[in-house]
Design a binder for this molecule. Structure first.
Ligand code: NAP
Ligand code: F7E
Length: 344
C-alpha cells in the first residue's frame, strides 16, 4: 500500500485529491494547521479515513516530523496562501508559505525519504503579463502579483532540487480550476453564491471588479487527476494543465444567471457598468473599484498538449457543466440556510 502526504488537504484541491487517493487504496496523510476551533475544511466527510498531522509550511521541523510519521512515497505540496488579492496585503506571509515553504518541504523529503515523488502546485499566475498565446511549458514567465512571484520561486526551486539532487520532483502549472468547494472570495464561487441568493430573493445584487478579465477555467476534480498522473511517470517533468478555452468574468456571470432562468442585459462601461435583470429591470450586477487589483493578469489561456500526449490526461467536465454544478450546489446551500432561518 502506497503512502501519500498532502499539504493543503483541507483546501479545495486537497479534498478532491484525498478522495482520489483513498479510492486508489493509498494510506493518506494530511497536514493541518492548528486553529482555535478544530476545522477539517473540505475533508470533514472523510476525516476518519485520513491521518492528520499538525504542521505548518513555515516550520521545517514540523514538516520533517510529517515525513517521519507518514513515510510518504508521494508528497503533494498543495498548501499555499492562494488568494491573489491577499498577496498584496500579506506579501511576506505569502512568500514564507508559497516560496520558502516549498524549500522547507523539499528539505524535509531530502532528510527523511529522498526517493519520494514530489508534486509542486505551480500556477498559471506565473505567466502574468502573458508573453505569448496560448501559454505552454516553454512560455517565459512574467508574474504580476506577490503570489505569482512567490510561486515562481517554488517552481524554480522544485526544478533545481530535481537537477541538483536527482529528486523525483514535478511541477504542475495549473490554470484556474474551480468547484463546489471553492472559497467564496474567488470570483467564480462569489458569483454562483450571489446568483443563488439573488434568485432566492435574499440578496439584491453582486459587486465585482474587472469584468473583462479572461480566465481558462476547469474543474478541480479533473485537475487533481493530472497531479497523480505526473507522479506515476518514469521521469519527473513539468506540465501545463488547462482547457485551452478562455472566457471573461462577464461570460461567467451570464452563464450562471442563465442557468437559473435570469437573462442579464449589460449597460454602461468600466466602473459604471451594470447588469440588469431583463425581465424586471432590477440591477443585479454592479462594478466596485474595491475589487480591482494593483496589477492585473488580463488573460490566461493554456495549451495542455504535452499533458494530453504524455500523461493521457483529458478534461471531463466542460465549462458549462462546471458553472451549473456550482450554481446548483449554491442553490441547495442557500435554500437550506433560508429554511433554517425561517424555523428560528
Ligand atoms: P485553497 O483551497 O486555498 O487551499 C489552500 C490550502 O493550504 C488549505 O488547506 C490551507 O489550510 C493550506 N495552508 C495555507 N497556509 C498554510 C500553512 N502556512 N501551512 C500549512 N497549510 C497551509 O487552494 P486550492 O485552490 O485548493 O489550491 C491548491 C494549490 O494549488 C495551492 O498551492 C494554490 O496556490 C495552487 N493553485 C491553485 C489553482 C486554482 O485555480 N485553484 C491554480 C493553480 C495553482 P487552512 O485550511 O488551514 O487554511
Ligand atoms: O480572480 C477578476 C480578478 O480571485 C479571477 C487562484 O486559485 O487562480 C486563482 O487566482 C479574475 C481576476 O482568481 C472579482 O481581477 C473580477 O482577474 O477568482 P480569482 P485568480 O486571481 O485568477 C490562479 C491560477 C491561482 O493560482 C490562484 O491561487 O477575476 N475579478 N471581479 C474578481 N476576482 C475576485 N476574487 N473577486 C471579484 O469580485
Amino acid at each position: 500500500m502506497k503512502h501519500a502526504l498532502i499539504t493543503g488537504i483541507t483546501g479545495q484541491d486537497g479534498s478532491y485529491l484525498a478522495e482520489l487517493l483513498l479510492e486508489k487504496g493509498y494510506e493518506v496523510y494530511g497536514i493541518m494547521r492548528r486553529k482555535s476551533v478544530v476545522d477539517y475544511g473540505n475533508v470533514g466527510h472523510i476525516k476518519d479515513k485520513v491521518h492528520f498531522i499538525y504542521a505548518d509550511m513555515t516550520d521545517l521541523v514540523s514538516l520533517v516530523n510529517a515525513m517521519r510519521i507518514s513515510q510518504a512515497d508521494e508528497v503533494y505540496n498543495l498548501a499555499a496562501q492562494s488568494f491573489v488579492a491577499t498577496s498584496w496585503e500579506q506579501p511576506i506571509a505569502t512568500a514564507d508559505i508559497d516560496a520558502i515553504g516549498v524549500t522547507n518541504m523539499l528539505e524535509a523529503i531530502r532528510t527523511v525519504k529522498p526517493e519520494s515523488h514530489f508534486y509542486q502546485a505551480s500556477t498559471s499566475e506565473m505567466f502574468g503579463l502573458v508573453q505569448e498565446m496560448p501559454q505552454t511549458e516553454k512560455t517565459p514567465f512574467y508574474p504580476r502579483s506577490p503570489y505569482g512571484v512567490a510561486k515562481l520561486y517554488g517552481h524554480w526551486i522544485t526544478k533545481n532540487y530535481r537537477e541538483s539532487y536527482d529528486m523525483f520532483a514535478c511541477s504542475g502549472i495549473l490554470f484556474n480550476h474551480e468547484s463546489e468547494r471553492r472559497g467564496k472570495e474567488f470570483v467564480t464561487r462569489k458569483i454562483t453564491d450571489a446568483v443563488a441568493r439573488i434568485k432566492l430573493g435574499v440578496q439584491d445584487y453582486v459587486e465585482l471588479g474587472n469584468m473583462d478579465s479572461k480566465r481558462d477555467w476547469g474543474h478541480s476534480k479533473d485537475y487533481v487527476r493530472a497531479m497523480w498522473l505526473m507522479l506515476q511517470q518514469e521521469k519527473p517533468d513539468d506540465y501545463v494543465i488547462a482547457t485551452n478555452e478562455t472566457r471573461t468574468v462577464r461570460e461567467f456571470v451570464e452563464t450562471a444567471f442563465t442557468h437559473v432562468g435570469i437573462k442579464v442585459e449589460w449597460r454602461g462601461y468600466g466602473v459604471d457598468e451594470v447588469g440588469i435583470n431583463k425581465e424586471n429591470g432590477s440591477i443585479i450586477v454592479k462594478v466596485n473599484k474595491q475589487f480591482f487589483r494593483p496589477a492585473e493578469v488580463d488573460v490566461l489561456l493554456g495549451n495542455p498538449k504535452k499533458a494530453d500526449t504524455e500523461l493521457k490526461w483529458v478534461r471531463e467536465i466542460p465549462f458549462r457543466e462546471l458553472v451549473t454544478r456550482m450554481v446548483d450546489n449554491d442553490m441547495s446551500l442557500v435554500a437550506e440556510e433560508i429554511k433554517i432561518a425561517n424555523l428560528k
